[in-house]
Design a protein around this ligand. Structure first.
Ligand code: CA
Length: 225
């Protein structure tokens, strides 16, 4: 598996990385929250092991941001023993499992294997819609089996519309799902993303509902005969 390790403690991080590599995982190690978020947005990981007490951006915030933008990467959270509230916050923010420090490396590896099994069974995260297939876990989209390279916001927009297929979403709803609290979105930005998705996928993938918003129509049902 390709694993992102987010841990600012050098000694602990070193031990965890070695253990994971001995178990034949590919490990990328970052030491602060902002780098973690960038790494998770930029490439596909099968799992993230996330310390909560991090410089730059708190682990809980990393997790919330990841989930808010539709990132489905399984996350194993590392929490301090004296902070039970952290565990609850971590699970609420979208963690799949947690380990309390100090932990046994064998237990860590067992948890990783368990999450790996679960991820294989949880193909429900993948959205199939007519010729489209969107996998939030790997941030990948195919159209009639052809891989389509999407920018992050294009991916988020497509994901949002596919999740709500058949339902017209307003500009405000879509902009919020793309930009959240960032605000200051230029008025034509959404149109640019829609235009690019139509160009990269196919022209009528997204239908404009004048004065209301945008919709991806439900996929045609397979005929029974
Ligand atoms: Ca820490």
């Amino acid at each position: 598996m390709r694993i992102l390790l987010v841990e600012d403690d050098e000694l602990l991080g070193d031990g965890v990385r070695d253990a994971l590599e001995r178990a034949r995982h590919a490990v990328e190690w970052v030491r602060d929250g902002r780098h973690a978020l960038t790494a998770l947005g930029g490439s596909a990981f099968d799992l993230a092991i996330l310390d909560l007490g991090l410089p730059g951006l708190d682990g809980i915030e990393v997790l919330r941001s990841l989930r808010a933008r539709g990132g489905a990467t399984p996350v194993l959270v590392l929490t301090a023993r004296d902070a039970p509230a952290q565990r609850v916050a971590g699970l609420d923010a979208g963690a799949d499992d947690y380990l309390t420090k100090p932990f046994d490396l064998d237990e860590l590896l067992a948890r990783v294997r368990a999450l790996q099994r679960r991820a294989r069974g949880a193909a429900v995260n993948v959205i199939e819609h007519g010729p489209l297939r969107l996998d939030p876990g790997s941030f990948s989209v195919t159209c009639e089996g052809r891989a389509v390279e999407l920018q992050r916001r294009e991916f988020m927009l497509l994901h949002k519309l596919l999740e709500s297929a058949g339902q017209v979403l307003s500009r405000a709803q879509l902009e919020e799902s793309l930009y959240g609290w960032e605000g200051g979105v230029e008025s034509n930005t959404l149109d640019v993303h829609i235009h690019r998705l139509r160009r990269k996928l196919y022209p009528d993938v997204i239908r404009t509902v004048r004065g209301v918003g945008y919709v991806i129509d439900p996929a045609p049902q397979a005929r029974a005969d």
